[in-house]
Structure formats: C-alpha cells, structure tokens
Design a protein around this ligand. Structure first.
Ligand code: PLP
Length: 637
C-alpha cells in the first residue's frame, strides 16, 4: 500500500495522520472542507462548529491569537460521564454505597471552570477539593449545596477555623490529615469553637504505580501517614473522644496512571486498611481514592505514560468491584466512594490556538551547476557527493556528507576555507541530505544509522505563543499534547516541522508530537500561504497548564474565551478575557507602570533638550510607549 500524498490526499488521511479520532474521543472531527470542528451531541443529533468560526468571532471582539478556547459543553460531558459511569458500575456490581465526585481545584482554579463544575455538578453532588487557604476560600464561595468539600494540604489555624465554620453552614467539609502534627490544632480549635470536625486520614500505601508521578505513591511519598502513624492518630482521636469524627480514609495514588492493574492493586490495599479500621470500630463511611484517572493524550489505549490501558468504564468497574471483593470476607458495609479526578474532568475543555509567524527552512538557497574553480579539495569532494547522491549507498553517503561538512567547518575555523566557500559547501550538504531523505521515503524501514536525518532537515515553524506560559508541563516534565493544524486538512501536509515559541530560550520549543503512527520528533504541516494565517491547535489543555504557566520573557496570559455550543448549531460566547497587558505584567514584577512612564518621559525630555529629537518626535515616541504599555505581550500580526 502506498502512502497517500499530493493529489490523492483526503481529510480521512489527515484524521488518520494526526490521530484526532483517537485522542479526540468524538469531541473533535474534521469537516469535508478540511477544518477541525468541535462536535457536541444533542438529542436531536450532533452539532459541529468549526474552530475557525470561533476564532473569527473572537477576532471581531478584538481577541486575537494566541487564544485559549474553553468549550463549556465538554466540561459538562466529562462530569456527567464520570458520575454516570460510576453509578452504572455501582448498579452492575450491586454495590450498596454511592459515588461522590470531587474536583481538585488545583487542576484548574479559573473562576469559570470552578463555577461551571459547581453549577452543573450539583445534580450529581459533585464537590471540590481544596489544597490551600486560597482554594478553600474560593471553594466556599462557589460550592453547590450537595457536594463534599475535601481539604487536603497543610492547614493552619485560619484554615481550620474556616473549615469548621463551613460545617456550621451546612457543608460537609473534611480535613484530611496528611501528617500527625496537624491533629492537635484541629482538636483544639474544634473544642474552642464548639464544632465537631469531619476528619479523614490520608494513608501511604505501599503499592507503587507507574507513569510520570510515581513518587506520589509508595513509602517515600511525602504525603500521608505510614501505618504506625495511622494507628497512633486513630488512638489520639479516641483519647480525645473524637473517633466519631473520623469518617473518611484517603489515598491518592498519583496522576495519569496508565495501568488499570496497578490502580486495582492500590485500591485493594486501601480497602484492606478500611476493613481493619472498621473492625476496630472506627466509624468510617467514605473511601477517597484521590486522582489518577488518566487522559489518553496519545489515543492508543496503551501503557505509554501519556495514555491509559483502560476506559472510564473499566476504571469505575475496576474500583467498585475491587472494593466489594476485598471487603466481602470482612462483612464491612460498602463505603461511599470518592474520587478526585482532575485531569480527566477538565483536560478536554480547552484548546490553545496560535498562529505561525514565519518559517526557517533547512534547504539549499543556491546550488552551483559545476564544481567551483580553484576551490578547496573538500568542497570538490562535497560537490562530487552531491552529484552522486541519487545513487550512492544511503548510509555511506550520509556519513560522508557529515564528515565532509565537519572537516569544512574545521577548515573554516583554521582559516584554510573562506566564508563564501563555506556557504557553497553548506548548500551542497543540505542538497545531499534532501536527496537522501527523499530516497529514505521509499524504504519500508529506516536504518538506525539514518534515524536522525529527516528531523535534521525539518523546518522550524515559529509560533505566536510561549511554551512557558501556555504549555508549562511540556517544558517541565515532557508532557505531550495533541497538536495539529485546524484548517487545510484536505491538503497534503508536505512539510515536517518542529515548533519554536516567541521566547528567546532554546527550551521554548515543541519537538515531540503525537501522531497516530506513534510519537514523532516533527509535525507534518502545510507550507504557509502568503497573506493567510496558518493556525495550530494544541488540544486537551484544560488540566494544570493555566496556573502553572510563568512569565518567561514577560509573555503573559493569552486572550481567553469560553463558549457554549447550542443545539441550533450556533454558539454563545459566555465569557471573554483579554490577555495580560504589558503594564499588568510589569506590575507583577514590582514595577509601577505610572512611575515607569515618568522615568521614560524624563529621558525623552532630556533628548529634546539635547536636540537629539524634535518635540513632534517626542510626542510620537511617548504615545507609542504608553500605547504599548496598554497593549498585549504577544506578537501583533
Ligand atoms: N487529589 C490529590 C490529593 C492530588 O494531589 C491530585 C493531583 O496530583 C489530584 C487529586 C488530581 O489528580 P488527577 O489530575 O490525576 O485526577
């Protein structure tokens, strides 16, 4: 079978290449005209909205690229899916407890996200998990009446007081104790305020899980009580006459766990803790299994650290069945199950959209028709290689071209090769590699000696975004997100590129991509058409990225819009938020833009006095300075 290319390329080929049907899980499709659509199911049928239409409408409102697009329907879909799938599993296994979902606020603290989880989640009793005082405050202000409030993290007196008052206000607010030193203050404040606390104990289980966050589990995890500490804490609660407060057992296994067998092993161990504590008359009611439900970023349901070898249904059934089976010999009442799925709840909601500003190509600019006269013997050698590149043995040709290139550069450094000769030689080198690369395309398998050839010729596409601000996990922990063009998918993407961002940092790049054929160092892209935008989307961006992002090179938050797609095929723009202005970003770094402006004004007034600039020029420069302070940090096209 030949690989489709050029004239016979179709949108189905693009779908297969970028793997959108796999990682998109039906939420994203490609239209017959080659555009990425957001696809939302309604009782009356699916509604598909082209992402480019949303970008146009956003631009009309002065929100240009880069843009973070949040699709509220996709958030609701995930909340429903997690809750309903657990409910089905509970029915399937005749489990007698209920399920309670809790969203860990740290995964995406943005107001619109938390408000929607609270609003839409109310019918499922979906609650929130707070890990700091700020998260507790926002949870208290936002949480619906039916959801649980789980407090992890370190708790000082203010935190504890507020959590206790929350119970008076009708919330079920659990303090999860992660370290033995937290208990005395909780007991003291509870007595002083006369409010019984609700307490959970976070345990360290020995079962280790794989993936990128293995350190969250196991003996050396920095969170949770080891077994002796657990027993000592239970005894301390008993002595304080507060054992009735201890209603929850908590264990968080880690995030993005690829293997269901490991999740089940950990749940089995947690259930054994639960059973033996109940046997000791601890009045436990809830078993909180934390996060870990993975997102299939790769879309191949595998043990890859960015995938998972299970469906949501497998996950829910696996948990419910394992708890039931483990508790059966102990005749323990089935606990209420809590999970704190963050990533799996919000990842699908957001897409980062950015335009490509320009391209660097690794191609010969000009090539000589004959070997340049009187040139260095190494250049003659490279010229001969160039002539024989269509037929020479691939590995021999590649190695020889590299060796010649390196010797020519050495010759340039020691002065025996001139600058113009070096330029000719580098053009020849690139031409040789391109010829070899085209020949490699005809091979079924690429020999290991030629593995780096194609990526060394890839273009660099310069994107209007900052990796550090918008995809921090890709820089910090090598997280991959599905990235693809959002238009022209009916055209063959005949270029391969890595992507560089706007920062002046060599880490500000994307060079690991998810393609349906597996992982790739380059992304197939189209040539830029002059006068036309070329826009890429980075998908499944809703978890962890927004607040972890930083201001490297002072690129601030991007524009954001939240939309809801309607059954009539239209969409509403629910919220729009302009990205940070330069003045706002500078203010975060202790500058005061007003005095900043004054400093610049003094400088410019001095230049007028020195007659370096005219008064008219002064006016023009000052206006530009103050306009730019109010402008955004990204590239204006
Ligand atoms: N709960 C706790 C205590 C966590 O620390 C985390 C994140 O690491 C989560 C829940 C969310 O995990 P995930 O995003 O994998 O669902």
């Amino acid at each position: 079978m030949t690989t489709p290319s050029g004239a016979n390329w179709s949108v189905a080929d693009s779908a297969a290449l970028y793997g959108i049907d796999q990682w998109g899980e039906g939420n994203f499709t490609i239209s017959a005209t080659g555009e990425v659509n957001i696809s939302i199911p309604f009782a009356s049928g699916r509604v598909e909205v082209p992402v480019i239409d949303i970008i146009r409408q956003s631009r009309d409102r002065d929100h240009h690229l880069p843009l973070l697009l949040r699709i509220e329907n996709l958030l609701d879909t995930r909340i429903s899916e997690i809750n309903q799938t657990f409910q089905q599993a509970i029915r399937k296994f005749s489990y007698t407890g209920n399920y309670h979902g809790v969203f860990p606020v740290k995964v995406n603290q943005q107001r619109t996200i938390i408000e929607e989880i609270s609003r839409f989640g109310e019918k499922f009793g979906h609650g929130l998990e707070a890990g700091s005082k700020a998260e507790l405050l926002l949870s208290l202000a936002t949480l619906n009446d039916s959801g649980l409030l789980i407090c992890n993290g370190k708790k000082d007196r203010d935190f504890i007081d507020l959590g206790l008052w929350a119970n008076k206000l009708g919330h079920r607010c659990f303090f999860v104790i992660e370290s033995p030193i937290e208990l005395p203050l909780i007991i003291q404040r509870s007595r002083e305020l006369g409010i019984r606390p609700l307490i959970g104990l976070r345990i360290k289980i020995s079962a280790k899980v794989g993936g990128l966050w293995t350190e969250t589990s196991g003996d050396r995890s920095s969170f949770g009580l080891n077994t002796p500490q657990l027993i000592a804490t239970v005894d301390a609660l008993q002595q304080a006459d507060m054992l009735d407060s201890l209603q929850l057992l908590h264990c968080h296994l880690g995030s993005q766990i690829p293997d269901l067998a490991e999740i089940k092993a950990a749940v089995r161990e947690a259930s054994r803790f639960y059973a033996d504590l109940v046997a000791e008359h601890v009045p436990l009611q809830y078993l909180d299994l934390g996060g870990g439900l993975a997102v299939d970023y790769v879309g191949n349901q595998s043990l890859h650290s960015h995938s998972r070898n299970y469906t949501i249904d497998d996950y829910c059934c696996g948990i419910v069945e394992t708890i039931k089976q483990t508790l059966a010999p102990h005749k323990v009442k089935h606990p209420e199950i809590i999970t704190e799925s963050g990533r799996a709840t919000v990842a699908h909601t957001s897409i980062l959209l950015f335009d490509i500003l320009n391209v660097m190509r690794y191609e010969a600019i000009t090539l000589p028709d004959h070997c340049p006269a009187n040139c260095h013997p190494l250049i003659t050698q490279q010229y001969q290689l160039y002539k024989h590149a269509p037929t020479i043995d691939l590995s021999t040709g590649y190695t020889a071209a590299l060796t010649n290139r390196d010797m020519i550069r050495e010759g340039f450094r020691d002065g025996s090769i001139r600058l113009r000769e070096r330029a000719v030689a580098e053009n020849l080198f690139l031409a040789i590699l391109h010829t070899l690369s085209k020949r490699i395309d005809q091979l079924a398998d690429i020999p290991p000696s030629l593995a780096g050839l194609k990526s060394s010729l890839a273009d660099i596409y310069y994107g209007n975004f900052s990796v550090f601000q918008s995809l921090p996990d890709s820089w910090a922990i090598g997280q991959m997100f599905p990235i693809m063009p959002i238009q022209r998918l009916d055209e063959y993407p005949d270029r391969n590129a890595s992507i560089s961002d706007l920062t002046c940092d060599c880490d500000g790049k994307l060079d690991r991509f998810i393609l349906s054929g597996g992982e790739s160092r380059t992304l197939p892209v189209h040539q830029l058409n002059s006068g036309e935008d070329y826009i890429l989307g980075s998908f499944l961006m809703g978890a962890y990225q927004e607040t972890l992002g930083d201001l490297h090179n002072l690129f601030g938050a991007t524009n954001v819009i939240n939309i809801r797609i309607n059954r009539d095929g239209g969409f509403d723009i629910l919220e729009e938020q302009s990205g940070d202005t330069i003045a706002e970003v500078l203010a975060m770094l202790e500058y005061q833009p007003s005095s900043f402006y004054k400093g610049f004004r003094d400088k410019i007034e001095f230049a007028v006095k020195q007659k370096a600039i005219s008064v008219a020029q002064r006016q023009q420069i000052l206006k530009q300075f103050s306009d730019q302070l109010q402008g955004q940090t990204y590239f204006k096209t």
